[in-house]
Write a protein that binds this ligand. Structure first.
Ligand code: COA
Length: 183
């Protein structure tokens, strides 16, 4: 008999942030930055339209419960939606992390604070063994974030991701449970 996993223990509060489940009223905030070509420049997809944002927000929760396999948490500062973090794990105990901020709050360590909480959740409650990030080699901010978090650069995948007419390279950065907060 299969058992339904318990809902994730969210919201998560950090020094400055709240990481919480998405709600229907997040659509306009998501659209504000995910429709921005600069923000999406190194993501695996083109900028989102409003309808896509609506569909995404609908899939980020089910009856208000955040998925443990395809996790998305909204980053909030002082009650304002300013970005999101993600963790995709499929069936295994390895996962891929992601982060997107509204550019108006970049450069303040907010992605670092949110990603630290995400990795704590991944290695803690979600019992991951390994967490990766796969920035485009041109994405200097995301690469710096990976390094600040202590992820190790393991490789460079060439022309691995089709986006529009391009095939993009990706770097593989990763950190293991034994290295997180111990290394
Ligand atoms: C990638 C992304 C999330 C990084 O955001 P960010 O704000 O640069 O990341 P951080 O939270 O680590 O902030 C780092 C900056 O804040 C500064 N900072 C200020 N206070 C800080 C603090 N308390 N702690 C850490 N850094 C702090 C750092 O010095 C650093 O400054 P720098 O930009 O001059 O190097 C953001 O650029 C983004 O959303 N990009 C578009 C989407 C994207 O490409 N996502 C990644 C896909 S792989």
């Amino acid at each position: 008999m299969f058992s339904v996993p318990a809902p994730l223990n969210v919201p998560i509060r950090t020094e400055r942030l709240v990481l919480r489940a998405a709600r229907a009223d997040d659509v306009d905030d998501l659209y504000r930055y995910m429709s921005d070509a600069e923000v999406c420049r190194y993501l695996r997809h083109e900028p989102f339209g409003l309808e896509e944002c609506r569909r995404h927000v609908e899939h980020w929760t089910f009856d208000g419960i955040v998925s443990r396999r395809w996790l998305r948490l909204v980053i909030e500062i002082n009650g304002h939606h300013v970005g999101f973090v993600s963790l995709d794990r499929g069936e295994s105990d390895t996962a891929e992390a992601g982060w997107v901020l509204d550019p108006s709050v970049e450069g303040r360590g907010i992605a670092y604070e949110a990603a630290t909480a995400l990795l704590d959740l991944g290695f803690g409650e979600l019992e991951m063994h390994r967490i990766e990030a796969r920035p485009d080699p041109r994405n200097a901010r995301s690469i710096r974030l990976c390094q600040r978090l202590g992820l190790i650069r393991e490789g460079h995948l060439r022309e691995v991701t089709p986006v529009g007419d391009e095939r993009r390279d990706e770097l593989v950065f990763a950190i293991l449970l034994a290295e997180w907060r111990h290394g």
